[in-house]
Design a protein around this ligand. Structure first.
Ligand code: ADP
Ligand code: MG
Length: 348
């Protein structure tokens, strides 16, 4: 069985990415990098725990991909350039085939964004993967959650709900053919972070967040930190063809997993709200960007994102009154209760 050092040497010491700004990479007590002049260091870390964040039998290359992808998505939301990563890997046993595939998934994505693995830690214990991503942003130009203003528009990249639907398929709540299953699980297991879009939006977005816990919760963070409210339009929420084909099943599945709390505008009585939209608002793991920008920037945003082939939708507007509201197809406005979502099966 290889020792810890042999493992590191074989799978983590030779990043296919060789950046000039890495002064010292894997092999010493710590790594040293050079942040470009006029830029600030940006850091994010995310931990994936087996049985909590992923199924123990998930493909190791998908796991390597996702562990980096979730951090890249955080960088996208800051408008930051990713550059360096460290990896803390806790493994129950030394399974070199597993480690090779994990490292392959990680490195493929790392190469795509020129992220160099510069260090880490390897320990024995319950399977846990922690990736720290480092990078930079022009000083003072990181996009925060706090800059949304009344009258600004709410934009979303891509589509929402596919990852949540993939989870529901895996839990046996939805019946989908092989092709559909494949398309949905790709969204759950191999999310594509919107790094290019985040960079393109850096000078135009007033606020930005990546959608990891569902639009309602994540937009809620922007609203809270910007001290504003918002209205989203029910029929503008972007859904994929896969999701559109599953609407009636999703409506049923939503009943099983617990419904979002949508109330009339007084916040007193439940309002009609198709269950499939819960998957767009509260299912999580989408890794799309939600960003806020002034209405007069819309044309510029459309053309910038078109160049990147990044789909984009305007889904609503920032308002002065606190709280999150949704406008239904018939024009009625309802309130979306913050944190008003009950996760299925968790509570006794
Ligand atoms: P130390 O005992 O000084 O913390 P280690 O023996 O843990 O050092 O690691 C030796 C070198 O290998 C260090 O440069 C460390 O950053 C790197 N390293 C350890 N594990 C990993 C890993 N999973 N991925 C990348 N680099 C790693
Ligand atoms: Mg040391």
């Amino acid at each position: 069985m290889p020792t810890e050092f042999e493992l590191i040497d074989s799978y983590f010491a030779n990043s296919p990415v060789n950046r000039e700004d890495v002064v010292l990479g894997v092999g010493d007590d710590a790594a040293v990098v050079q942040v470009p002049e006029g830029y600030q260091l940006v850091a994010a870390v995310d931990t994936l725990v087996s049985g909590v964040h992923f199924f123990p039998d998930v493909q190791p290359d998908a796991l390597g991909h996702k562990a980096l992808a979730v951090n890249l998505s955080d960088f996208a939301a800051m408008g930051a350039v990713p550059a360096w990563a460290t990896l803390a890997l806790t493994l129950p046993e030394v399974d070199t085939a597993w480690i090779r595939r994990f490292s392959h998934g990680f490195e493929q994505l790392a190469q795509q964004y020129q992220v160099q693995l510069i260090g880490g830690d390897t320990t024995r214990g319950p399977l846990t993967i922690s990736v720290q991503l480092l990078g930079y942003v022009p000083a003072g130009h990181a996009v925060r959650r706090s800059g949304a203003r009344p009258g600004d528009l709410i934009f979303i990249t891509g589509t929402l709900g596919d990852a949540g639907a993939a989870l529901a398929v895996q839990q046996g709540m939805l019946d989908a053919g092989a092709e559909l299953r494949g398309a949905l699980s790709q969204r759950l297991n191999k999310p594509l972070p919107r790094v290019g879009a985040g960079l393109a939006l850096r000078e135009v977005a007033h606020a930005m967040i990546d959608i990891s816990d569902g639009l309602a919760a994540d937009l809620g963070h922007i609203l809270g930190q910007s001290d504003v409210g918002a209205r989203i339009d029910f029929d503008r929420l972007p859904v994929s063809e896969s999701l559109a084909g599953l609407v009636s099943q999703l409506n049923d599945a939503a009943q099983q997993r617990g419904r979002m709390q949508i109330k009339d505008v007084d916040g007193t009585r439940p309002a009609p709200w198709p269950g499939y939209l819960d998957f767009c608002l509260a299912a999580g793991d989408d890794y799309e960007l939600c960003f806020i920008a002034p209405a007069d920037a819309e044309d510029r945003i459309i053309s910038e994102l078109r160049k990147l082939e990044c789909p984009m939708s305007v889904v609503g507007e920032i308002e002065a009154a606190p709280g999150l509201r949704a406008r239904l197809a018939d024009g009625t406005v309802v309130t979306v209760q913050p944190g008003g979502y009950q996760h299925f099966g968790n509570d006794p």
